[in-house]
Write a new protein. Structure first.
Length: 272
């Protein structure tokens, strides 16, 4: 069993490998194929099969809770939980609950994807507690593409920065052009009589170069922000991924298909 931690922005996601037995995964696959593909809800890039893991299907939740708890304990990992200020909890101090309503998602054709987004919290009807984390259990291997990728910022922040970046680049280009014109003007005036215009141009040149340095520094800062690392998770049968609902993430375009996973909501809450 191996737990891998991925820190992105202000959030932390976890990948848990070798936690579910081949027998468990075989039962899960048999269940999936026995469920009908939904044709009533809004059409999405992925086909969906819905289920409620209660009664005779309670084993799904029991197995997932046991795997997550054991993975946290064996790794001695402190879990970064979302909620009232991100707080570290040891695995044995956590209440771990998987909500019963789940769905299988199946990307059957290449180029299936889901853009950057965050997930909604779901209220648990059994406990009246809101879910905290998104839980995925991959049911297929994808050699290429289809990564579920945790992002360091939301799509709106990225769009605003890209817009500012373009404006800054345009401004820098205008300033460079103005500097070039003054340079040529100063050169052409070197052989003519000194009427004071050369001194004025030199003062303008200093101001423009200072402005350009400021703009370039801002562009450099924005480039560093854009280069913050993300956390791509490759689909691998039996792999568990969980992360805070408010962590921005995306489903990258599929190449190797099918990409199949079980999607559920998770509560990770400190014992009182």
């Amino acid at each position: 069993m191996e737990l891998i931690r991925g820190d992105v922005g202000n959030h932390t996601g976890y990948v848990l490998d070798n936690a579910l037995s081949p027998f468990y995964m075989s039962k899960l696959q048999n269940l999936r194929t026995s469920l009908p593909i939904d044709k009533e809800k809004k059409k999405t890039a992925a086909a969906r099969r819905f289920l409620c893991a209660e009664d005779e299907l309670e084993w799904i939740r029991v197995g997932l809770v046991a795997a997550i708890r054991q993975g946290l304990l064996e790794s001695d990992e402190k879990l970064l939980c979302s909620g009232s200020g991100d707080i570290n909890y040891h695995g044995n101090e956590l209440i771990i609950r998987v909500l019963p309503w789940m769905r299988f998602l199946e990307y059957i054709t290449p180029n299936g994807s889901l853009g950057p987004h965050t997930d909604a919290l779901i209220r648990c009807k059994e406990t009246d507690v809101w879910s905290t984390h998104t839980l995925l259990v991959f049911c297929s291997d994808c050699e290429l593409g289809g990564e579920t990728t945790l992002l360091p910022e939301d799509a709106k922040t990225t769009r605003l920065r890209n817009k500012k970046m373009q404006k800054a680049k345009d401004a820098a280009a205008e300033v460079r052009l103005a500097i070039s014109r003054i340079d040529k003007s100063c050169y052409s005036q070197q052989s003519s009589a000194d009427d004071g215009s050369n001194e004025t141009n030199l003062a303008k040149l200093v101001r423009l170069k200072t402005t350009l340095q400021t703009i370039e520094a801002n562009i450099s800062t924005m480039n560093k922000e854009a280069a913050k690392p993300c956390f791509p998770v490759k689909p691998k049968c039996g792999r568990i991924l969980f992360f805070p609902h408010e962590c921005p993430h995306e489903g990258r375009p599929t190449v190797s298909v099918p990409k199949i996973f079980l999607r559920a909501e998770l509560i990770l809450k400190r014992k009182r």
